[in-house]
Design a protein around this ligand. Sequence first.
Ligand code: M6R
Length: 404
Amino acid sequence: MGHTGEASFIPAAIVKPTSDLKPTHSAPSIPADSRGQGHYMLQEIQQQPEVIHTCLTTYLGESAACFLPPVLMALRDRLPVPLQEIHIIASGTSRHAGLVAQFWFEQLAGIPTRIRSGSAFLEAPFPLTPHTLTIGVTQSGETADTLQALALDQQRRAGRSPELQACLVGITNHANSSLAQQVDVLLPTLAGLEVGVAATKTFTSQLVVFYLVALMLAEQRLERDRFTPALTALQQLPTQVQQVLQQAPAIQSLATQWRDASHCILLGRGINRAIALEGALKLKETTYLHAEGYAAGEFMHGPIALLDERVPVIAIAPAGKTQAALLTNVQKAKSHGAPVIGIVTRDNANATERLFDTQIVLPAIDEILSPLLTVIPLQLLAYYIAVLRGLNVDRPRNITKTLV
Ligand code: M6R
């Protein structure tokens, strides 16, 4: 049954139309402009440890001792019962966060999840399914096709039987945006204002919020001995992201090496396919380099013909279930002359050292959470190449960003 009415114990913070869930820590401050040495994009990349910490402590409380955060319990009580399907609508980088979430919702919580960009949903909406949660994700809360797609979903469900009623959740960085007016439940990402056109800290904070929702949905399914470590792993993220940021000099030198490249391929498997897509988007929009992200298995079926010694391949290869198959793909790419760059984790770095021409080593992390780390070097690589090319890194050509 779709949700009807508001249960009295739901904190006002989480119910429509707007959320006043505020960070328990102040949002990171942003300087008045980006002239001179600094760029917003770099600052925003560097703010990610603090942003993730703020997001976690706001949702979970300082101690994170609770099994399930109260705000997510409130959301849980508004969900269709039984929850049979999740639909995610988002565009650009927000869609990539949705792709990661799709993996979490299906693999952790066992809930079939579909994702479509707002524009594609308007052209071809998902079949009207019962007991469905629809999540709209937009950092600005103002992206027209995402909002129109959510409105379409709401309209087509209005007046239908209870099991077809809309249950709309919004994930946004702007709690007073148009999205907030449209949804039943708002989950703010609390990243502070993001000025750079390239979405960076809002992406990682979307992931944090999505992961908390996935854990909430998985609560019944996961044994406590898997649930509690999952929360503990989240607490380590700010420190781990900081450690990744310390790799900046290595990434800068990689950027120097590849500053004049015309093409670049990013490969990922499993949950990191979404990060291959996101890394490629960051490279395209900030450096104007032609970058493509692929599921590594699919790359073998045709696109591999693109490779030669001028086309670097970046493999997102943290230790985990998908690593062996990905390394086989990398070997194949290398055999066709492509320079290969690995984003690996400390626990597999020795084994991969001889395969990759260059590798960026991240802290060890469970593969399922690894997108929160693997995306950071790609953000930095895009930033440094754009700067080396003398481009306006905060305001790439042809793109506008809604700053509400
Ligand atoms: O505000 P939104 O998250 O809805 O924006 C969606 C896209 O326009 C946005 O993510 C765009 O792809 C970014 N510039 C990517 O960095």
